[in-house]
Design a binder for this molecule. Structure first.
Ligand SMILES: C[S@@+](CC[C@H](N)C(=O)[O-])C[C@H]1O[C@@H](n2cnc3c(N)ncnc32)[C@H](O)[C@@H]1O
Length: 214
């Protein structure tokens, strides 16, 4: 979206990563598929919006090495809770180490297993309408199902956030009919026509959709 010089400027001019966040991002980028985490300016925007909402209780779908959850957890007040969903026990060990280093481990509960089952269990346990926000950043084919569960779990005025909704520009490539690209196109179309929400697709990072439940 930005050329690299302007992106460097944007980060220098605005991003306030903690040392733990910066370490977590650099180590992950160097060792693994580092482009799986949100960009720092996205993390900071999510954190700011959650603070504006005075959010206390939320869900993250797709934890990976913990970078976005560090931003989220630091925006929660004492006593706030993040239910962090992932299937990967190995990579989330790094997330748990980062949470401890950042002093936010007490605000985060890691729930290992397919996120859809975790969300359905929350609904079955009477948690519908009890959450302030849900952040969706896992398998793209699951986005619409996660969104429907998220709509049930947040209260009116609650926020659903989804990452990768511009999918590196592949959404407008007529030659790209891959499953993930089509899933993102379907997700964007689904939300655009959904009168249950107010909506903005923010062109930051890989595209960040904010949907407020009416
Ligand atoms: C893009 S990464 C998340 C990045 C993280 N939100 C960040 O910005 O630091 C996607 C994560 O979703 C997890 N995932 C994939 N399919 C899943 C599923 N069905 N249920 C729960 N987690 C899943 C993967 O294991 C991976 O860690």
């Amino acid at each position: 979206m930005f050329d690299s010089e302007l992106l460097t400027y944007l980060r220098h001019a605005s991003v306030r990563e903690t040392e733990v966040m910066a370490d977590n991002r650099r180590v992950t980028a160097a060792q693994d598929n580092g482009n799986l985490q949100v960009d720092p300016e996205q993390g900071q925007l999510i954190s700011l919006v959650l603070q504006l909402m005075s959010a206390r209780r939320g869900i993250e779908i797709g934890v990976y090495a913990g970078y976005s959850s560090l931003w989220i957890a630091q925006s929660l007040p004492a006593g706030g809770q993040l239910l962090a969903c992932d299937t990967d026990a190995e990579i989330t060990q790094r997330a748990q180490q980062a949470w401890a280093a950042a002093g936010v481990a007490d605000r985060i509960e890691l729930r290992l297993g397919p996120a859809l089952a975790t969300l359905d269990n929350e609904i079955a346990a009477g948690m519908a309408g009890q959450y302030d926000f849900v952040f969706i950043d896992a398998d793209k084919a699951g986005y619409i199902d996660y969104y429907e569960r998220a709509l049930a779990l947040v209260h009116g005025g609650g926020l659903i956030i989804a990452d990768n909704t511009l999918w590196h520009g592949r959404v407008i490539d007529p030659d790209d009919s891959s499953t993930d690209t089509q899933a993102i196109r379907d997700f964007n179309r689904y939300l655009h026509g959904d009168e249950r929400i107010d909506l903005s697709l923010v062109p930051i990072g890989d595209g960040l959709t904010l949907a407020r439940k009416r």
